[in-house]
Design a binder for this molecule. Sequence first.
Ligand code: NZQ
Ligand code: ZN
Length: 391
Amino acid sequence: MLNFDLCTPTRVCFGRGRENEAGALIAAQGARRPLVCYGGGSALRSGLIDRVRASIEAAGLECVLLGGVQANPTAEFASYTARFAAEKGCDFLLAVGGGSVIDNVKMAAYCVRTGWEPWDVTTHKVTPAERLGVGVILTIAATGSETSNSAVLTNEGLKRGFSSDLNRPDFAIMNPELTFTLPPYQTACGVVDILMHTMERYMCTNEDNALVDELSEGLLRTVIAAGRRAMAQPDDYEARAALMYAGSLSHNGLTGAGRECGLWAHKLEHEMSGLRPEIAHGAGLAVVWPAYLEFFAARGAGEARLLRYAQRIWGIAPDFEHPERSVRAGIEATRAYFAELGMPKTLRELGLREEDIAVMSGKCTDNGAKILPAILPLGRVETEEIFRMCL
Ligand code: NZQ
Ligand code: ZN
């Protein structure tokens, strides 16, 4: 186990009815006038926003509303959110939604008092030392943004993350019942994203870390099973609860503790949904991950890890004479599970074309100047090859 730092200060308020405590939680932060931010309308239609407003007013606070955050949020809207909050005199930001609404709020929180542009924070032109208070009411189990140290914005086709422990919200209300209304496609995208956050960390280059290995394997097997249950029965509370908590644990740093992480397919996916914002993050990951693993397997890189992945996660019996066959079976099992969830298999299904590949590879490697760290270094040529394998 390598040395590590892990700072997870977010208060997690988990379970049925907890959204009704939003007002009290905001008041406890010393705020008087929260801005409640939501997405394209699902939280309005479900009546959640009305309940949140009632809770805020019952705590003696003034509630200001702002809807319209798009999936794969833009720097422009985060900037608008910050200016709107400043104009209305808001002293707290509450995100009601998924990763997109949360990231919009996280980045706006740096800019309300400073007048900065969120994209300048993303691109490290300015370095925040403080922010407005941030709370979350989570409505989709997926990104883990409700407790994570990252926030992702898109600006003129470029999708980039900003990581800092300051990004971690002050509290996250997580009621699994709020995810019952998710369309099956979004449930499935969330399951893929949760799996990916741990699978990527699992493909590490230092292998002697039994505790974190076992935690990761338990999380992955639980999410695979809970994903099946939630797809079959959307109001299965226990399945939704497992997914919701796993989403946070998968991306709060726990499953990366003490590890030198070896694979980050996320870098490739961000170019896909950066270029086409209509691509759901999880769907992009489902396309790129099996090909990404095949790229490494074909070069014999990370074989011991891929073998363990096949056995412990997907229950593949080891073939000691031909370990490469077990590795391949593990990758195929991943692909089959994503297909079972109804996820796309190719870039074309996502609306991406062959000519987009050079653009995406160029962007994620700064036109070839940057090498992405992985078990094998990935430059422009290698990322192009992986994208091509997904066509
Ligand atoms: O906008 P509304 O109408 O609310 O609809 C949303 C949206 O269309 C809908 N939805 C959410 N909860 C619902 C619901 N529909 C019905 N019932 C509910 N309870 O689902 C759609 C997707 O929402 P979104 O917030 O975009 O999904 P997700 O949580 O997957 O967030 C994706 C964004 O987060 C970034 C992604 O790149 C992407 O931009 N990520 C953020 C991370 C982080 N901050 O730590 C890490 C991730 O790896 C990821 O990159
Ligand atoms: Zn993700």
